[in-house]
Design a protein. Structure first.
Length: 472
């Protein structure tokens, strides 16, 4: 596997390296000989292609060496996969900002070099076709993507230069499913400027279908740590973090192959200038310490009891009615980041549908894109205007929900409600928004809360609803 990965990346990078050298030699050979302004373009593009290709080749050999090291560790510790990676065995996991920055620059150089070269060669032809075929403007999405990747590379470079290397020191390895995960973050000095530190623990599953891969967040939790909890260590600021890891989620994947499971701890802090951000891949496995689901509460304290460090910020507060009922009201626009993202994406999608409808594209494509546009509009309206009010009393559970101008009410007898549970939902960037579902005796579910950024808050709401269920 190591050889195949190295060979693939070497061949892929080699194509760009050879193409770059060919353009460079051709451009240099024309300088002072041909009266052609494109010679300097060839020189610049040749340098970019060659540099990007060389970076990909180097990454291939590095990846191959890492895989070989893992294979050797497997021979020494066949039943202990957390001993297979060097960063785990030391218990000190570093955020490799340098590798991330280099990878971003390599991708930005390759992408933009291709886009610029294609633009120079085909700009006049494209401009001539715009009046007759507006759909040609779709190609402008490629330079937009290139600008976005370039900005991401610049931002990553600024983060790397300002914050350097941060690390997570684990108390012990591995992190056991069903138990507490505790560790200490070694942070850069500038993080002390932040009012709070955002820390999230996530489990991601990557699957492959044909040539396409997709990644989904299957579990997440998030905590806020105020600046007052930042301590001091030999190398600078430190922060103790603690999470309860669920027992019924999969283990970390080691090596290649699909489906692939990745557990990661993400840390962010808003400071003046470029914000701090770091990610740490965790060795989460099932061990003899794993607490299996269904154990007694004495063996597995509630999520609320386990939050000894982080602060749970409540946006949805239980209210008491005059008749003794409990009410949870979810107002509109409670997920502003998701609302902005969905609104922007829907606008772009609508532009695409417009160009498809005005072009000679097959009608089936326009119909399919138009159908998904309707779904996007419905989702955007729900995120922007959707509200939910849940009322629980001795008579039953009432759920009033809708976008404000069209509200629907559902009443369920308490005897039909079996349990409440938290589910991961929409993901925007690194943020997962959670929903709360009530499982009914007939096997169906009722949504009693959604678009909650904090899993901790969602779990507290579940506990409150469970309390009311027992009272009834």
């Amino acid at each position: 596997m190591a050889n195949s990965s190295t060979i693939f990346l070497s061949l892929f990078g080699g194509v760009f390296l050879l193409a770059g050298l060919a353009m460079l030699i051709s451009g240099l050979g024309d300088i002072g000989v041909a009266e052609n302004d494109d010679q300097w373009v060839l020189v610049v593009m040749g340098i970019i292609f060659a540099a990007a290709g060389g970076a990909v080749i180097a990454a291939g050999f590095r990846h191959g060496a890492e895989v070989k090291a893992i294979e050797a560790a497997k021979q020494r510790h066949p039943s202990e996969p957390w001993m297979w990676e060097r960063t785990w065995t030391s218990r000190r996991i570093e955020h490799d900002a340098g590798s991330t920055t280099v990878a971003l620059w390599a991708f930005a150089l390759i992408w933009n070099a291709i886009v610029i070269t294609a633009g120079i060669l085909g700009w006049e032809e494209m401009a001539a076709q715009v009046s007759e075929e507006p759909a040609v403007l779709f190609v402008l999405l490629f330079p937009v993507v290139g600008i976005g990747v370039f900005i991401a590379a610049v931002r990553s470079t600024m983060q790397w230069r300002r914050f350097g290397t941060s690390a997570l020191v684990l108390r012990r390895i591995p992190v056991a499913l069903g138990r507490d995960f505790t560790g200490t973050l070694e942070l850069p000095a500038d993080v002390r400027e932040a009012d709070e530190i955002m820390v999230s623990l996530r489990c991601l599953r990557t699957t492959k279908s044909g040539k396409n891969t997709s990644t989904a967040v299957i579990w997440s939790d998030e905590q806020r740590y105020p600046r007052t909890l930042i301590g001091s260590g030999p190398s600078g600021p430190t922060l103790a973090v603690s999470f309860r890891v669920p027992a019924d989620e999969p283990e970390t994947s080691v090596g290649s192959g699909y489906p692939s499971i990745r557990w990661e701890l993400n840390v962010s802090a808003a400071v003046a200038g470029v914000d701090f951000g770091a990610s740490y891949r965790l060795p989460v496995f099932r061990t003899h310490d794993t607490h299996e689901p269904g154990a007694s509460s004495e063996e597995a304290p509630s999520p609320r009891a386990e939050r000894a460090f982080g602060v749970v910020e409540r946006t949805i507060v239980r209210q008491r009615g005059a008749d003794g009922s409990s009410v949870w009201h979810y107002p509109p626009l409670r997920a502003p980041s998701a609302a902005v993202f969905l609104t922007g994406f829907t606008i772009v999608w609508s532009v695409v549908v417009y160009f498809l409808a005005s072009s000679d594209a097959p009608g089936i494509f326009t119909a399919l894109f138009g159908f998904f546009e309707i779904l996007l509009i419905m989702g955007t309206v729900d995120v922007l205007l959707g509200r939910v009010t849940v009322t629980i009393d001795r008579r039953g559970m009432s759920v009033l929900g809708g976008p404000g101008f069209s509200m629907n009410t559902r009443v369920v007898p308490l005897a039909d409600v079996q349990q409440f549970r938290v589910k991961g939902g929409m993901t925007v960037g690194s943020t997962v928004y959670h929903s709360i579902e009530a499982s009914l005796a007939n096997g169906k579910t009722v949504t009693v809360g959604k678009y909650l950024r904090s899993r901790a808050e969602a779990e507290e709401i579940v506990e409150e609803m469970e309390e009311e269920l027992k009272r009834g």
